[in-house]
Ligand binder design. Structure first.
Ligand SMILES: Nc1ncnc2c1ncn2[C@@H]1O[C@H](COP(=O)(O)OP(=O)(O)OP(=O)(O)O)[C@@H](O)[C@H]1O
Length: 752
């Protein structure tokens, strides 16, 4: 068996206790926090089941059958079980219910899973949320602001309104304590999600919800009028958020690999299924998910398809040539027209016969018919742009998700993202912003956008609140991986260091340090550096082990099909070392990835959090993150050292024992915010790709160079090569002289 097959998303085998590596497979408990909390006596999952007994459903969706040892089954019911695992109270309740059912002679409409839950204990909710490091706050409670929109107000009243808003702001960031989702079974029992959706979730084999699912799903699934059903206590200060009935805009910050994707997909699919007419996208998509890269977008499509399997809901990846709204040809921008003529639809047409497909290609290229559309901002905006540069509206879209929201609202993508957000003209649009990191500018920008949209689109409608859910410490790397910050002095030092990782020897491997095993990712600052590093390492893997086919480079200059092929080979375990740029830094999920090497140090704290978060997914232990730094990085490495320190603290590593020592933190210089911004935007100067004509005498070439050879060796080699070439040239010239002399002597013409 090829152990590297473990990398495959779908074929990860079970872990063995001796081998704790991400590639060893899924862990029992994907949660990052709260696992060592003692199980409390307060019960949050007492149920009176209508239609069937508790044990008629011994699946992983059953909260009382999670299959975990009691010490791990953090959310196990609190009533002391008897030999059959049930308390007397539960047995009594079940008998009562069975009898009632027999009398009624039928199962309640919602199916055998419908239950009614007891009012919950608010203190217990708070305790669970705190132990899992979940914080929910109302950023701005629009629902209570039922004043006229500011636009229509007279100047004299404006001051008064400002005061009202200010007063309200005292209440801003009010904490909420939603009732946590402690088992996937509750999705059906508490929120009545569709049976098919519940089965699809169960098929994924998830045992416990991760923290972000535990907090976000109750907020997003709460049905209007579910207040009583949820047994919410009427306490303004410790509200559960159920009063919003799921009608909210949500900004979520949760660790990398913590399962944010299904946390935003489940509510979308559930809502689409709830409204039969929304399941197809005949008149246009109902939900749009934006992601910064094509790789991430296509991964989200896969997840959505798994969750929507067997339903009428289709998810599709936005490709060049697709159209999202019906428009006549002369309305299209040249970009959109070119694209629609050159390419056809995606996998929705895969099932059709080839001839039929050919005929319908043109038609399908005209309109996407999937209810869920996943796209990169540029790809979508290109198809929406009209000839006159205006953007077509998407009135059918009711849900917009910005995955990796901080980067989508970063200057690089901001304009495109906001253009799409504003193109979603439905006043009932609800937005979700998700990421593992969120800069401080994102909240005001989001509030601003929501405000402007409300004023222009629906001033008469009540507005939903904007809630913020934070899991763990904001902007911190996950605690379940080990970090190594390695000083390599020079570029050559980094290459030697990387080779030592590839070929560890007894002398090179530090016993205290966990070894990095393939498969792993190697990040560089620029595309030319990734290509150069790939050429340098190409023959480092012996032919017996697969040779150069085991190492590959992936970057944005490759064609889409080449990128897809490399991704597939890496997932299948054929490629062991993948060299890449920040293209793969965010969102991409290689479940069994054992490590990450920052060959070029990331240029921001967020960059570090996302890159290293490609390993240690869903609570897997044993991932390793190695970061090399040279003299050129010294001014900027402190922020990364701080992130590592914070993550080790979260893990419980005592002060002084972590990989970043205090003396190092004290020794590293601080740089100004401006310098930090500059390096974040453009990278470390010595590694930038210098364009033609830029920089001094060939500096551009130097910047991209990656090699083990020192400058001295290079110069000596160049001199030798120059001397050899000069000598060859001289020999050639001598030969020419002799030959021409011979020719001259042989010429006997022109003489009179
Ligand atoms: N409840 C769960 N139990 C176990 N595994 C889960 C659970 N939920 C999601 N996963 C798995 O966790 C992995 C990471 O999920 P996902 O890609 O959604 O993370 P993410 O939070 O979006 O990460 P990132 O911030 O890097 O984008 C996936 O392989 C997914 O299948």
């Amino acid at each position: 068996m090829n152990v590297f097959k473990l990398l495959s998303r779908s074929k990860a085998p079970q872990s063995s206790p001796a081998q704790k590596l991400p590639s060893s497979g899924a862990v029992e408990n994907p949660q990052l926090f709260g696992q060592h909390e003692p199980a409390q006596s307060a019960n949050t999952s007492h149920k009176r089941k209508r239609g069937g007994t508790e044990d008629s459903k011994s699946t992983s969706l059953d909260p009382n059958h999670s299959g975990l040892p009691t010490d791990l089954d953090f959310f196990a019911g609190a009533s002391k079980p008897d030999e059959d695992g049930k308390s007397k109270k539960q047995r009594k309740q079940e008998k009562r219910q069975e009898k009632k059912l027999q009398e009624e002679g039928e199962v309640q409409e919602n199916g055998a899973d419908a239950v009614e839950e007891d009012p919950y204990d608010a203190d217990e909710c708070k305790r669970i949320l705190r132990s899992h490091k979940l914080k929910v706050a109302v950023l701005e409670d629009f629902l209570v602001q039922e004043e006229e929109p500011p636009k229509e107000k007279k100047k004299s009243k404006k001051r008064k309104k400002d005061k009202v808003v200010k007063d309200k702001k005292k209440d801003v960031k009010k904490q909420l304590y939603p009732r946590p989702l402690t088992s996937f079974a509750q999705l059906r029992t508490r929120y009545g999600i569709s049976r098919r959706l519940a089965e699809n979730i169960q098929e994924q084999g998830y045992k416990l919800p991760t923290e972000v699912q535990l907090g976000a799903l109750p907020l997003l699934l709460g049905k209007p009028g579910s207040k009583e059903q949820n047994g919410t206590i009427e306490d303004a200060k410790s509200s559960s958020g159920a009063e919003y009935g799921g009608d909210i805009d949500l900004l979520t910050v949760a660790p990398t690999g913590s399962g944010k994707t299904i946390a935003f997909l489940i509510p979308i699919i559930d809502a689409l299924l709830a409204h039969n007419k929304d399941t197809d996208g005949k008149d246009g998509p109902r939900a749009i998910i934006l992601a910064p890269t094509r790789e991430l977008a296509s991964q989200i499509v896969n997840e959505a398809r798994k969750l929507a399997k067997g339903t009428a809901i289709k998810a599709t990846l936005m490709r060049k040539g697709m159209q999202v709204v019906t428009r006549s040809g002369d309305e299209l921008s040249p970009d959109a027209l070119d694209a629609s003529e050159s390419e056809a639809d995606d996998s929705d047409s895969d099932e059709q016969e080839p001839t039929k497909r050919k005929k319908t290609q043109r038609k399908q290229a005209e309109l996407v018919k999937a209810a869920i559309l996943v796209a990169t901002p540029l790809a979508l905006l290109n198809t929406l742009k009209r000839k006159d540069s205006t953007v077509a509206h998407l009135p059918t879209v009711r849900r917009l998700v910005l995955d990796e929201a901080d980067v989508l609202l970063d200057p690089l993508f901001r304009e495109q993202t906001l253009a799409i957000w504003n193109a979603c003209s439905n006043p009932l649009l609800r937005v979700g912003l998700w990421s593992a990191t969120m800069g401080s500018n994102i909240e005001p920008l989001t509030l601003d956008t929501l405000n402007t949209r409300w004023i222009t689109l629906s001033p008469s409608l009540p507005r939903p609140p904007l809630l913020r859910l934070v899991v763990g410490l904001k902007d911190t790397a996950i605690p379940n991986i080990s970090h190594q910050l390695t000083y390599a002095a020079t570029e050559q030092g980094k290459l030697l260091g990387l080779r030592q990782l590839l070929h560890p020897t007894a002398s090179s491997s530090d016993r205290d340090k966990p070894t990095l095993r393939p498969p792993f990712l190697v990040f560089t600052q620029t595309i030319p550096r990734a290509i150069a590093l790939h050429s340098e390492l190409l023959y480092d893997i012996p032919p017996e082990a697969g040779g150069s086919s085991r190492i590959a480079v992936l970057h944005a200059d490759l064609s889409s099909s080449a990128r897809d092929a490399i991704m597939t080979r890496f997932r299948q375990g054929e490629i062991w070392v993948l060299i890449t740029t920040d293209l793969l830094a965010r969102g991409v999920d290689f479940r069994g990835l054992n490590g990450v090497v920052n060959f070029d140090a990331p240029t921001s704290a967020a960059g570090y959090v996302h890159r290293v978060g490609r390993t240690g997914r869903a609570g897997r232990e044993g991932g390793v993150a190695v970061t090399f730094y040279t003299n050129d990085d010294v001014p900027y490495i402190k922020v990364i050292a701080h992130v590592i320190r914070a993550s080790e603290r979260l893990r419980g590593v005592p002060e002084g024992e972590g990989s970043v020592k205090k003396w190092l933190l004290d020794a590293l210089p601080d740089v100004s915010k401006r310098q930090r911004e500059e390096v974040k935007r453009r990278g470390v100067a010595s590694r930038r790709t210098v364009k033609d004509g830029e920089g001094k005498k060939g500096k551009g070439k130097m910047a991209d160079r990656i090699s083990t050879k020192s400058g001295y060796e290079r110069r000596t080699e160049n001199n030798r090569r120059g001397a050899r070439e000069a000598s060859k040239r001289r020999e050639k010239e001598d030969m020419l002289v002799i030959e021409s002399a011979g020719e001259d002597s042989a010429f006997e013409g022109f003489e009179e």
